[in-house]
Design a protein around this ligand. Structure first.
Ligand code: F6R
Length: 261
């Protein structure tokens, strides 16, 4: 069962998860992180960059793999996940850009980009900690409902709902690409620790389906139930549909400090 931690604010989630990542890097300076984009993990990246500045956490050898990328955006497009990861994660935290990879969304070579990404993750020894958000459709990465629970990195078609949600980053909804390349659910499940974050009422149903619903391709986030080490960090609004919330609060309040997350 996933550990569910209900926090009062995104800032508190950022502190909790950012500290866990700082501890991981301190223990293992060449740790491999799985990096989500979107709004959800921003508080985590902010707290991690604060820790690096304040406590001198050495991130120079950390390696990272982004979860996904749009297919077919012009090189250097400000909303390509390569640029977003540089702007929101690599530059503020101070990671070495050469050690942070993003799936290749260029049309040239797209047929083999998934396999090449899987090989790069394998060569790095696998992902130690994978940060995940969840879409209103229930997607993790860009694995929309119907995605195989055993899938690897590959090209997928975005749902219209996800394109509409992501239109806020583009000048017009039509500009949101139709296709993406995303780590598969199988890829995500091979990471050693999954940390899924969600905030706001719009995510409540997706979170409940992921954590408490049946494991099903209709709710891709539910695949996390198959993983032995999952931490779900949600605010009150995103936790609103969880039937076991009183137990999650009780377990967190009584968790031995040495266990960490
Ligand atoms: C991002 C990703 C997506 C997002 C999800 C939530 O790399 O893979 O699964 O995590 O769409 O997006 P936000 O955080 O913007 O609500």
């Amino acid at each position: 069962m996933a550990e569910v931690i209900i926090v009062p604010s995104e800032q508190e989630a950022g502190r909790l998860v950012g500290d866990a990542i700082a501890d991981l890097i301190t223990d293992r300076p060449d740790a491999v992180l799985g990096l989500a984009t979107g709004s959800t993990p921003l508080a985590v990246y902010r707290h991690l960059s604060d820790r690096v500045r304040r406590d001198g956490v050495d991130v120079s050898r950390v390696r990272g793999f982004a979860l996904d990328e749009y297919v077919g955006l012009p090189a250097g497009h400000p909303e390509s996940y390569r640029r977003v990861i540089e702007r929101e994660v690599v530059e503020p935290v101070g990671f070495d850009p050469a050690r942070i990879q993003v799936p290749h969304g260029d049309l040239e070579g797209i047929e083999t980009a998934g396999e090449r990404y899987e090989a790069a993750i394998r060569e790095a020894g696998g992902i130690d900690l994978q940060i995940l958000g969840i879409g209103r459709t229930g997607h993790i990465g860009f694995n929309e409902p119907g995605s195989s629970l055993a899938s690897s990195t590959r090209v997928k078609t975005l749902t219209e709902e996800t394109r509409a949600d992501n239109a806020r980053f583009f000048d017009s909804p039509e500009e949101v690409p139709m296709h993406c390349i995303t780590q598969g659910i199988g890829t995500i499940l091979r990471a050693r620790h999954l940390v899924l974050l969600a905030f706001g009422a719009a995510k409540a149903e997706a979170v409940a389906a992921a954590v408490e619903g049946p494991v099903s391709t209709s709710a891709p986030g539910s695949a996390v139930q198959l993983h032995p080490h999952v931490t779900v960090v949600v605010d009150e609004a995103a936790a609103a549909s969880l039937s076991q919330a009183p137990y999650y609060r009780h377990a967190w309040a009584n968790k031995p400090a040495w266990q960490g997350i």
